[in-house]
Design a binder for this molecule. Structure first.
Ligand code: SF4
Ligand code: SF4
Length: 210
């Protein structure tokens, strides 16, 4: 059964088109109306900013625009950003290759190959640990499932992309090199890879890994 929203907003609905006035059906009139509104807002804001910055009228506040990416607004500490692997004091991964994150991942985008750890008190260590961020849905389940607090999504890095699918696969070394974000969620680590990077070819370890 169609929802109430669908019933009242479908363009094919006769009642929808009947609500449009004659002038609204001429798009040029609507475009000019939009330009008029934008112009009013623009000049009003410019006047308020001029009052505030030139004439020192502290009570006048224009619209606040953040000059992204030169400026970033403070992000919530709960924001799920680019993953990182937590290191032990000797720099080795805290991960014990238990495969919990790989198992729980709904996007099947974590690929781990386990090997024996030289320390007999630690059973396993990941020989490779890849995350295909082209598939990741940033649900955070991997972080929640990890019994060792070995994977976190607290780098604050949101601007990562690639020209190739391979470039979206982040390796253990790349994930270990990242640091947690600073105050207000501002990233400390640079975006780890150039967008057009190419991974060295190596045998696929799991089905689906490029
Ligand atoms: S955030 Fe979700 S989709 Fe992304 S790697 Fe973790 S479990 Fe998988
Ligand atoms: S990151 Fe955590 S959950 Fe994933 S394999 Fe390592 S120890 Fe297990």
């Amino acid at each position: 059964m169609a929802s109430r929203y669908q019933e009242s907003n479908t363009p094919a609905d006769a009642r929808h088109s009947s609500r449009l006035g004659l002038l609204q059906r001429f798009y040029l009139v609507e475009v000019l109306s939009g330009l008029k509104l934008t112009g009013i807002r623009f000049f009003a804001n410019m006047w308020r900013h001029t009052l505030h910055t030139v004439f020192r009228v502290k009570s006048a506040h224009g619209a606040v625009t953040i000059q992204y990416p030169d400026e970033r607004r403070p992000y919530s500490p709960r924001l799920r950003s680019l993953h990182r692997l937590v290191r032990r004091e000797d720099g080795s991964p805290r991960c014990v290759a238990c495969m919990m994150c790989e198992t729980v991942c709904p996007a099947h985008c974590i690929y781990i190959v386990a090997t024996e750890h030289p320390n007999p008190e630690i059973e396993k260590v990941p020989e490779s640990f890849d995350i295909d961020l082209g598939k990741c849905v940033f649900c955070g389940y991997c972080v929640e499932a990890c019994p060792e607090d070995a994977i976190r999504m607290d780098t604050g890095i949101l601007e990562f992309s690639s020209y190739s699918r391979e470039g979206m696969v982040y390796t253990k070394e790349a994930l270990l090199a990242l640091e947690p974000a600073g105050p207000n969620g501002v990233p400390v680590s640079p975006v780890p890879m150039p967008a057009d990077r190419r991974l060295p070819t190596r045998p696929a370890t799991r089905q689906g890994l490029p």
